[in-house]
Design a protein around this ligand. Structure first.
Ligand code: AMP
Length: 494
């Protein structure tokens, strides 16, 4: 209905905005499907809200420092990671804030099967297949995971001689579990026990629970001999030196190789970038594969992103064909990667389209962690000598050298501006000094052409004067996902 009214009575836009405040996006163009003119870029349907293990607060807890999170008994939470006697938790409603709460104040309310070695919880079908077919597992390996299409139900994935099989585990109204209508079980454990001994009724043997794959590298085994890498083509030139594409002979993977000459004075930062990358693992952050520090030049080897940096990509012939749905999809991925850093209190300090890398199917990952720092307090101060990308940097960071997750949020607003303008330079024609003066007087970048009010409002929120008024990356991600979902469905319907 919203789409109908908006399309046929556009003159009443104010009324529609009031009735449907989420806003209907105006796509830059309306092709039949979400594709570019060339029709070769496919992006996934908006993500269904997945069923990460759900926790509940058992008691009220009042935060005693900025690091902690105030919770009320009964609040629904997701737990990001354990930190000693505390857990880093995120609220699942309202402000979506995250912070530390005592581990004993929360309880898991849905993964009652977590103690079973066969229970893999929130693993996707694709990942389950990868795990089962890995060399560590044999025919007969199996796992149970939460169903991707119905979070109240489960799927049993089993490897036979040649391939994985998947069986849906349904629930009755009374909460029993079943694979076939004629055989119900009060618990998942009993269902698994039964099919272990009656495997013929499934047609595939449940021999042993799936084995988890170990991390590719432990400890210092990131170091690899440089002979393992064959350089192919120069991709660009960055802060430290050249970046090349290449092949990692051992794995036959295509990789990106960042080089640093020993005489270069930037070694300290280079090492910090490697240290940051070693500890960060998220699908929306560039992944470190290996390092070669023996001999010259030093290499940092990471995954290769086929389309290079976002700023250049948006300006390319292919990038210019993207429509708003594509652009919002990319922005939401960046917000997702940044939310991971936000949860860990890591400030990036150089968030900009030039530091986002693009892969196939518009996958975007945050890169360039040379300036990233873990902050103990909420603000990280740098010396006055540190070079600052002024047009991307929040006023409090430019003027007082105070960096925080919220100054990264400011930069995200500028990055969003770059995305919707296909890589335009922000504050074009203005010097850094002029920008600083104007911002202090309250000036903000104007709404770009073809940018909806909803998206411009997100930018303005990121550019609020004080950090506390700016949204979190979790909130940004969810706002952008809502917009993306609307755009996607409009496009597919038209
Ligand atoms: P950097 O030193 O990280 O700023 O990299 C310089 C340029 O090399 C970037 O702007 C990209 O165009 C390219 N580049 C860096 N890393 C990669 C990668 N992993 N995959 C593809 N291109 C990359």
């Amino acid at each position: 209905m919203e789409a109908f009214f908006r399309r046929y009575l556009p003159c009443l836009v104010k009324l529609w905005d009031w009735l449907w405040p989420g806003g209907q996006e105006d796509p830059v163009s309306r092709p039949a499907e979400i594709r570019t003119v060339a029709g070769d870029i496919k992006i996934p349907a908006p993500a269904r809200k997945t069923s990460a293990p759900l926790y509940a607060a058992l008691y009220d807890f009042t935060a005693r420092s900025e690091e902690e999170l105030t919770i009320k008994e009964g609040d629904k939470l997701s737990v990001i990671e354990k930190q000693g006697d505390f857990v880093l938790a995120q609220k699942l409603s309202g402000s979506l804030e995250s912070g530390l709460v005592p581990a004993t104040y929360v309880t898991l309310i849905r993964d009652e099967f977590a103690n079973n070695p066969w229970y893999f919880g929130n693993v996707s079908r694709k990942d389950a297949e990868k795990l089962l077919m890995s060399p560590l597992n044999k025919p007969g390996s199996y796992l149970v995971r939460i169903s991707e299409s119905n979070s109240d139900e489960y799927s049993l994935s089993v490897r036979n001689e040649t391939q994985p099989n998947h069986f849906r585990i349904y629930r009755t109204h009374a909460g029993d579990y079943y694979i076939t209508e004629n055989k119900h079980f009060p618990s998942l454990d009993e269902l698994i026990d039964y099919y272990q001994s009656h495997w013929k009724s499934l047609g595939v043997l449940l021999a042993q629970p799936c084995t988890q794959q170990k991390e590719q590298f432990d400890g210092d085994s990131w170091e690899r001999p440089r002979e393992e890498f064959v350089l192919q083509e120069k991709l660009g030139e960055g802060h430290y030196g050249e970046v090349w594409s290449g092949v990692w002979k051992m794995t036959k993977k295509m990789v990106a190789i960042k080089m640093l000459k020993q005489e270069d004075m930037k070694q300290d930062e280079f090492v910090k970038e490697v240290q940051a990358l070693k500890s960060l693992h998220h699908p929306k952050l560039i992944e470190l594969y290996a390092i070669c520090t023996r001999g010259e030049p030093v290499y940092i080897v990471t995954e290769l992103m086929s389309k290079g940096n976002l700023q250049v990509y948006l300006n390319s012939a292919e990038g210019r064909q993207l429509i708003l749905a594509h652009l919002v999809y990319m922005a939401s991925q960046v917000a997702e990667g940044m939310a991971y850093l936000e949860d860990r209190k890591i400030v990036h300090r150089d968030l900009a389209a030039r530091n986002i890398l693009v892969g196939d199917n518009l996958v975007c990952k945050v890169a360039d962690f040379g300036l990233a720092r873990i902050i103990k307090d909420d603000v990280y101060s740098v010396s006055a000598a540190t070079k600052i990308p002024v047009k991307w940097t929040a006023p409090e960071a430019t003027s007082f050298h105070k960096f925080s997750v919220k100054s990264d949020v400011w930069s995200f607003g500028i990055l969003l501006y770059e995305i919707v303008t296909y890589g335009k330079m922000p504050y074009e024609g203005m010097t850094n000094k002029e920008v600083v003066n104007m911002l202090n007087k309250g000036y903000r970048l104007p709404c770009p052409e073809n940018c909806s009010n909803t998206i411009y409002k997100i930018m303005l929120d990121c550019w609020k004067d004080t950090g506390t008024e700016r949204p979190s990356f979790h909130a940004l991600r969810s706002q952008l996902e809502v917009i993306y979902s609307k755009l996607y469905h409009n496009q597919s319907e038209s």
